[in-house]
Design a protein around this ligand. Structure first.
Ligand code: HEM
Length: 238
């Protein structure tokens, strides 16, 4: 429970990233990524317990209603575990490649709530785009968030709909959560891999309860509940 984490911990009593001179140098980055992911995940999903008498599995329910696909997302994770040979320990890359529906949920989250709402460029030469000229030396601000809200590419863009990714390959430049061109984010694949791994274990082993489910949403710098999605995260014991 989160409340127990508020107590001050004795040095050496909590070592998820090791300790001393060999402490994991990626600790802050990993925690930041987990926070960002949880933040958007909690913002876009509610959890509902299914099969109350049986093993505890929680189903993500995207908001607004997209329940049918949410059912498939959960089924996908359960099916992956069912197919797993008993000798196999943990998740494999091959299994991650089979997570087609989770992939849609991640893309929709990145579209709707990407942390990067804009990127900057400087014109090295005069550039002609359509009927516009961007003179050499001018700075350009690309507003990713507006690109992701273009209703020609994403009908009803304000809605969180994983189903929009069914048979949809975005045109070049229409989906740019990691930027574009030669400066594109080199951590994109790593970030997405971490999302799959984290969500796989989170969905199957944890549940959360928002403290203020009715908290209003604020949009700057990115869409999120005003209470920063304060929630209790509870481990399930199977
Ligand atoms: C959800 C997670 C992430 C998002 C949304 C994201 C997004 C972005 C965006 C939009 C850019 C600017 C790209 C451009 O100008 O076209 C960028 C640059 C960059 N990102 Fe990420 N990123 C994420 C995770 C990561 C991770 C995990 C790493 C490293 C392990 C990373 C390393 C970098 C670096 C080094 C750059 C600068 C690239 C350059 O200037 O050439 N990012 N990222």
């Amino acid at each position: 429970m989160l409340t127990s984490m508020n107590n001050k911990l004795k040095a050496g009593s909590f070592l998820p990233f090791g300790a001393g001179s060999r402490i994991c140098p990626g600790a802050d980055l990993a925690k930041l990524e987990i926070s960002i992911l949880l933040h958007y995940f909690l913002l876009n999903y509610n959890l509902k317990r299914i099969n109350p008498g049986g093993p505890i599995v929680y189903l993500p329910l995207p908001r607004p209603l997209d329940n049918c696909l949410a059912e498939i997302i959960k089924e996908e994770q359960v099916e992956i575990i069912k197919r797993r040979p008993s000798s196999q320990k943990g998740l494999t890359l091959n299994e991650i490649r089979q997570m087609q529906y989770l992939s849609k949920a991640i893309d929709e989250t990145l579209r709707r709530s990407s942390i990067s709402f804009s990127i900057f460029r400087k014109a090295e030469v005069d550039v002609k785009i359509n009927d516009y000229i961007i003179p050499k030396g001018w700075k350009v601000l690309v507003w990713n968030r507006a690109v992701h809200m273009d209703s020609e590419t994403f009908p009803n863009p304000e809605e969180f709909l994983t189903s929009r990714w069914e048979n949809h390959t975005p045109k070049a430049g229409s989906f740019i959560p990691f930027g574009a061109g030669s400066k594109i984010c080199p951590g994109a694949d790593l970030a997405k891999l971490e999302m799959y791994i984290f969500l796989h274990y989170f969905l199957l082993n944890y549940r959360f309860e928002r403290i203020n489910p009715g908290s209003p949403i604020q949009y700057l710098t990115s869409p999120r509940p005003k209470d920063n999605c304060l929630a209790k995260i509870i481990k399930q014991h199977h």
